[in-house]
Design a protein around this ligand. Sequence first.
Ligand code: NAP
Length: 251
Amino acid sequence: MTGPILILGGTGEARALAARLVADDADVVSSLAGRVQNPRLPDGEVRIGGFGGIDGLVAWLREHRPAAVVDATHPFARQISANAVAATDAAGVPLLRLLRPAWVPRRDDRWTTVADIDEAAKAVGAAGAARVLLTTGRQDAGAFARLRSPWFLIRVVDPPTGPLPPRHEVLRSRGPYGLDDERELLRDNEIDVLVTKNSGGELTRAKLDAARELSVPVVMVARPAETASRIVATVDEAVAWLKSAGRSDAG
Ligand code: NAP
């Protein structure tokens, strides 16, 4: 008898995958980091909190003997993805990375792509931006704290706890966001630079469409390198892999 499917989650895709597998009576455990105060919980069994590094994850895998691990974490959740590669390797458990495709610039987009969040802060400073919409998440807002002259509208799910730029307003909200609202947000706040990470997906891409329409430049933080070797882009592909490999009864 095979053990559960462990889904490393915290994304819409992870919730969608859990819902599909649970609907098909597969045995699923979803894991959340516990960062967000009121997370949207996936269907099925959920565990919350870190495992305790690679060793902790290896111990969990040895105890629960999952048939497979699906790493469906956010494209920028670098540490847990690296841990998943090392721990599944050590415990001999198959690993699948479910990774939504990155956004690519379209005609008339005005993107400056940068390697990481510190480079994004430098690009904002160099651009002489006056009013910045920052959508990189609360953990990354601190990188902009030394920028004294621009005003930042910092859009986050939960309030940031670290240092912030001196001139800012925090806007608490959770996507998905529509084009009309994003256009209004950029216009009403006279935003002249949008900063975002290349998260990909449809739920938060409307800001890019609004920025293109309004000719607002975008500082785009590129994704970290992927460490997994088996990668799929959609929930359908993940379900198909689980089924074809006989790791779940889901169809
Ligand atoms: P991270 O830097 O890659 O991971 C830091 C530590 O958090 C990991 O070493 C692990 O602790 C724990 N952790 C992360 N994801 C976990 C999970 N799904 N289940 C159990 N423990 C987990 O992660 P992060 O960037 O802070 O992201 C945390 C969570 O938020 C992820 O689940 C991710 O999918 C979600 N998220 C992240 C972003 C983003 O921009 N980074 C955006 C949206 C959602 P231990 O070493 O103790 O196991």
